[in-house]
Design a protein around this ligand. Structure first.
Ligand SMILES: Cc1cc2nc3c(=O)[nH]c(=O)nc-3n(C[C@H](O)[C@H](O)[C@H](O)COP(=O)(O)O)c2cc1C
Length: 233
């Protein structure tokens, strides 16, 4: 658990990375969030958006395991589904898939978020308007159900934290699929916030599946951070 001072440092890191003008709207959300991971926030620096999640494309075939360190024996056939606006969650998803020999599925809004869309410092930006009006958070997806979804035993679901919750393009994936008989493992990336209730909220939306607690990673988590976690599963 982060201390208050750690959290303040993390928050400052996010704010400075985002630019001071963009800070205030997130302040309340960040102040209210805790981390379940002692790793320091890095401020989400790599945040050039546009081709988010380009590390993998929807429904792509299994990626080859490279130096896998995690046992997959108890996970069965694994799918790593993720939404990523700015690439950080995509990188973690890619590492998970590489290590488990899993398939990747990108949760892709039909209308991707541009840099301007993601500018939460602007009250009129797309994310700000969607944050203010939950009815706008029902984002259409290019594909809701991955090919062969019924065949997977374990589904990892990755997403960035937005205002303390799972980025809402992830919601349609959770609510639009049948997770009966599957183990579901949420993971997220954030500047400083913890996983919070994000996984539990997605489990509620899904209404099926054996949802695990999941894991939060800092935005620029290293491959070692990810593989060390996988080794505990
Ligand atoms: C609209 C928006 C809201 C965000 N809200 C939070 C937040 O509440 N807490 C936090 O720690 N980081 C927040 N962040 C930072 C992202 O969670 C972080 O940079 C994440 O790693 C981005 O993942 P991605 O590159 O896969 O999109 C926010 C970023 C954006 C664009």
């Amino acid at each position: 658990m982060m201390s208050v001072s750690d959290r303040m440092i993390s928050r400052r890191a996010l704010l400075s990375a985002a630019g001071l003008a963009a800070l205030l709207p997130l302040g309340a959300a960040l102040a209210g969030c805790s981390s379940n991971d002692a790793a320091p926030a890095d401020g989400g620096t790599a945040a050039s958006s546009g081709s988010a999640g380009s590390a993998a494309s929807a429904g792509s075939a299994a990626s080859a395991a490279s130096g896998a360190t995690a046992s997959t024996s108890n996970l069965g056939r694994v799918l790593v589904a993720y939404y990523s606006a700015q690439g950080h969650t995509a990188a973690v998803a890619q590492t998970i898939a590489d290590n488990l020999g899993a398939d990747l599925f990108e949760i892709a809004p039909t209308q991707p978020y541009s840099d301007d869309d993601l500018n939460y410092g602007n009250d009129e930006s797309r994310v700000s308007r969607e944050h203010e009006d939950e009815s706008l958070q029902n984002v259409a997806l290019a594909q809701t159900t991955p090919d062969g979804f019924a065949d997977y035993d374990t589904v990892f679901i990755g997403y960035p934290i937005w205002w303390g919750v799972a980025a809402w393009p992830t919601n349609g994936f959770a609510s639009g699929n049948d997770f009966t008989g599957k183990t579901v493992i949420p993971f997220c990336t954030s500047a400083s916030s913890g996983l919070g209730q994000s996984g539990a909220n997605l489990a509620d939306l899904a209404g099926s599946g054996d949802w695990q607690e999941g894991q939060r990673f800092r935005s620029s988590a290293s491959e070692d951070n990810v593989t060390e976690w996988l080794a505990t599963l």
